[in-house]
Design a protein around this ligand. Structure first.
Ligand code: URA
Length: 427
């Protein structure tokens, strides 16, 4: 059936709902280049204002999945389950979680992305490991999943190509911040990846896409509904992102911290979020009743899986990681309790030091980033190190320092620290 794109734009502009066939036609025609960018941009802006009805959004997402290949991960001998984070600062959870859940008996097929803006990307972190390759063929992915149980790799060009085009267009037309468009973008890729179950880590707070709990919950509910409609058992945890996670933001710095955690140490907040997600993943994979992931992690049992995962993709798990040529330490200005450390400010500083990119084709620095020596609630002493900035390009130091100007609050009394896991969303 053929439609006229202008009619579809008008329908959405006036608050109407597209019939299923029109949704399919629009996604297919845009992916094939028959609908122009300016027409789709106009349609997306109408969606941003008018939203989409649940069944319409489900069809839109299915059409995005159908625009490319859907991986078949059946017959691996282990149940598949993945995690997706909506993005935060210092969020190195995947590096710990994928080998942890694999060590507990599941297959974790994580197709990850690169960072854009102030939030880091899992692939950028993994690429700090000398030799590690993000690209894997589908056959190789299946064989690593069978042998090792966990894979972190780049999503190939054949996976949800409609999203690739739509995301690039949204990025330059002010249409990123729409719950149906974010939900369909994330879920189309996760559904196409072929996982049977999925736990979403929806971040909420200053360093997250969603700064308010109600917005984060709405996004989580939308994604859980889309996952279930596509036959992927899906649930979401809402987790705090007012302060950055762990003690480091920046690619190699975060790998070092992830490895410490995999060896049974690591910062308490990173362990807490990772274990909470792992427990839900194991339930969705039908593997509850085995050892508790907290014990598996503390015993260092996921570290062996990590080493095998890194080696399977050409990386050397024993190689020294890149270290920045220039490091500046900022002392605590007064003695007291750290009340807040603003996640967004830390993310922007790490980005300005070279850890992130402004444009998709920017090259990121493996060694750049920020380290902090206390988390909110902890006592700090005047004159002792509080923040540390790492970069290879000293010209970047001043603007990174500037981003951190108001990032820290210290008071005489300890703050009320909110729980990290703020809620669970499931059908
Ligand atoms: N991540 C995605 O993959 N898509 C969005 O729209 C936002 C974040």
């Amino acid at each position: 059936m053929t439609f006229h794109v202008i009619d579809l734009i008008r329908t959405k502009r006036d608050g109407g709902r597209l019939p299923d066939e029109a949704v399919d036609w629009l996604i297919n025609s845009y992916t094939a280049g028959a609908v122009a960018d300016e027409q789709m941009a106009s349609y997306l802006m109408a969606v941003l204002w008018r939203g989409m009805q649940p069944a319409e959004l489900s069809r839109w997402t299915a059409a995005m999945v159908a625009s490319g290949e859907r991986l078949d991960l059946s017959g691996l001998g282990r149940p598949t389950v993945d995690k997706h984070s909506t993005g935060g600062v210092g969020d190195k959870v995947s590096l710990v979680l994928v080998p942890l859940v694999a060590a507990c008996g599941a297959a974790v097929p994580q197709l990850a992305g690169r960072g854009l803006g102030h939030t880091g990307g899992t692939l950028d972190k993994m690429e700090a490991i000398p030799g590690w390759q993000a690209s894997l063929s589908s056959e190789r992915m299946r064989s690593v999943l069978t042998d090792v149980g966990g894979v972190i790799a780049a999503a190939g060009a054949g996976l949800a190509p409609a999203d690739r085009k739509l995301y690039a267009l949204r990025d330059v037309t002010g249409t990123v911040e729409s719950i149906p468009l974010i939900a369909s973008s994330i879920m189309s890729k996760k559904i196409a990846e072929g996982t049977s179950a999925l736990v979403l880590d929806v971040k909420v707070g200053s360093g997250a896409f969603m700064t308010a709990q109600a917005q984060a919950r709405a996004l989580a509910e939308t994604m859980v509904t889309l996952g279930d409609a596509a036959g992927v058992r899906t649930e979401a945890l809402l987790t705090g992102m007012d302060a950055p996670l762990g003690r480091t933001a920046g690619n190699a710095l975060e790998v070092v911290e992830a490895v410490e955690t995999l060896r049974g140490g690591g910062p308490a907040d990173l362990v807490e979020v990772t274990v909470a997600l792992a427990r839900r993943m194991l339930v969705l994979a039908g593997l509850e009743g085995g050892p508790d992931p907290a014990d598996v992690l503390a015993a260092g049992k996921a570290y062996d899986v990590w080493r095998r995962m890194v080696t399977a993709q050409g990386g050397d798990p024993d190689a020294a990681l890149p270290v920045a040529g220039h490091v500046e330490t900022v002392p605590a200005p007064v003695t007291g309790f750290l009340c807040s450390l603003d996640a967004r400010a830390v993310g922007v500083a790490a980005w300005r030091l070279g850890a992130g990119r402004s444009r998709k084709d920017d090259v990121v620095s493996a060694s750049a980033g920020v380290r902090w020596f206390a988390s909110p609630g902890e006592r700090v002493v005047a004159g002792t190190p509080l923040l540390q900035l790492h970069t290879d390009d000293p010209a970047r130091m001043a603007s990174a320092m500037e981003a951190l100007t108001d990032a820290v609050e210290i008071a005489d009394t300890p703050p009320a620290v909110q729980p990290l896991v703020r809620g669970r969303v499931h059908l």
